[in-house]
Ligand binder design. Structure first.
Ligand SMILES: *Cc1c(COP(=O)(O)O)cnc(C)c1O
Length: 419
């Protein structure tokens, strides 16, 4: 939508927290002094402005480390999860490769999944073009990757496994600790895209057997354009090839002047998450259950996508049969959420994540991802249920297919004129 249209558009209720979250006002407050007062470059070692900025970064590093059970020295600041994933995956692949590029020998094997975020899939595809072997593990219908699936794909030349903690479209939670154990026992580096998990759910990089963990400020009530990455220093000490050359900041892993305001904000967001995530998670799990039960009990031919229980508390992904995707989005304009369609250059493509679970194209298009957040109220959930029930019912009233379905005609057996 253009900004001109947006100006005349009533403000919808926000149920798209998996796309981004608003900044917590306490985060903004913590950041403000670092724009004007403590504006120094933390790399400036000779004056107070530099030291003050450095102190802000140091505190943030502690706050981040504490949230994930790491040592401060193991935290690298990045611009977000996309950069972190690129650095983790390519950086590890280049450093641990079995044979150099151009040698004609296989460079090494990497394991990931088909329903990972593009910021994992695309670096893996690039490595594939560059001579690495990549196994993209097919998702099971419930969307949950198990240790057994990863174990079955491991080869003697496997150097890296990259599996996300929780899926951003359907909220399913993978068997991270168990996958990590399988990797650890075999000396394989384990990277986890934790963007949807960290700050929402308890994290301990040691207990969870993780070597590289990436996440992002703006998915956890922090600012955009900042993220962090955990790089294990002990048992084993993980090394990475830097992707960016320059001033050697962040122990050489990530050159470039630090985004001090963003980093301070991310640190504060982590501190708040430490205190509030348990409460938030319990509250949101109840609201999500209310939302899912409300919709699926009142609308037949609707189904929740992904594993019933192994799911984040705040993400619901529901398919509605017998409605058309674009019509559905038009009918629920009062709710800001995501659909099961992705805008590509020319057309609307069904979500590759839903397709990966075996959801048909039509049903993928007519799916909604509703993701709740820290300030979502019960009244908003009630409102969303009403609006979606109304919208879907209205669209179905106009659907001859739905009529036939109601009359008991087996639609799968009908021969369509346009075939
Ligand atoms: C949002 C998201 C990303 C990308 O994060 P940015 O910080 O916006 O680059 C990567 N992975 C997952 C799972 C995400 O949800």
């Amino acid at each position: 939508m253009s900004t001109k249209q947006a100006a005349h558009y009533p403000k919808p209720i926000y149920m798209d927290h998996a796309a981004t979250t608003p900044c917590d006002p306490r985060v903004v407050e913590a950041m403000l002094p670092y724009f004007t007062e403590h504006f120094g470059n933390p790399g400036s070692r000779n004056h107070k402005m530099g030291w003050d900025a450095e102190a802000g970064v140091d505190l943030a590093r502690e706050q981040v480390a504490k949230l994930i059970g790491a040592d401060e020295k193991e935290v690298i600041f990045t611009s977000g999860a996309t950069e972190g994933n690129n650095l983790a995956i390519k950086g590890a692949a280049y450093l641990y490769e079995k044979a150099p590029a151009g040698s004609g020998q296989p460079r090494g094997h990497i394991i990931t999944g088909t329903i990972e975020h593009k910021a994992v899939l695309d670096p893996c595809k690039r490595l594939q073009k560059e001579g690495f072997d990549v196994s993209f593990l097919q998702a099971p219908p419930d969307g949950v990757y198990t240790a057994a699936m990863v174990l079955a794909a491991i080869r003697p030349d496997t150097i890296l496994v990259s599996i996300m903690w929780a899926n951003n479209e359907i909220g399913t939670i993978n068997e991270i600790r168990e996958i990590g154990k399988v990797c650890k026992e075999r000396g394989i580096i384990f990277h986890v895209d934790g963007t949807q998990w960290v700050g929402k759910m308890p994290t301990d990089v040691n207990k969870d057997n993780i070597d590289l963990l990436t996440f992002s400020g703006h998915k956890m009530y922090g600012p955009k354009g900042v993220g962090a990455m955990y790089v294990r220093r002990r048992g084993p000490r993980v090394r990475l090839q830097a992707l960016q050359d320059g001033g050697g900041q962040e122990r050489g892993f990530r050159s470039g002047t630090l985004n001090v305001t963003g980093i301070v904000g991310l640190g504060k967001a982590c501190e708040i998450a430490m205190q509030e995530m348990e409460h938030d998670a319990m509250r949101l799990a109840k609201l999500r259950k209310k939302l899912e039960d409300g919709l699926t009990s009142r609308l037949d031919s609707s189904a929740v996508n992904g594993h019933k229980d192994k799911r984040l508390p705040h993400i619901a992904n529901i398919s509605f049969g017998f409605v058309e995707g674009e019509g559905l989005m038009m009918a629920i304009k009062e709710i800001a959420c995501s659909s099961g369609s992705a805008c590509t250059s020319a057309s609307l493509e069904p979500s590759y994540v839903l397709k990966g679970l075996g959801v048909g194209d039509e049903l993928a298009h007519s799916s909604l991802r509703l993701s709740l957040g820290r300030w979502t109220t019960e009244a908003e959930v009630d409102f969303a249920i009403e609006k979606i029930v109304q919208g879907v019912s209205k669209l179905r009233e106009m659907s001859p297919l739905y009529d036939m379905y109601k009359e008991g005609i087996d639609i799968s057996k009908i021969e369509w004129a346009h075939h």
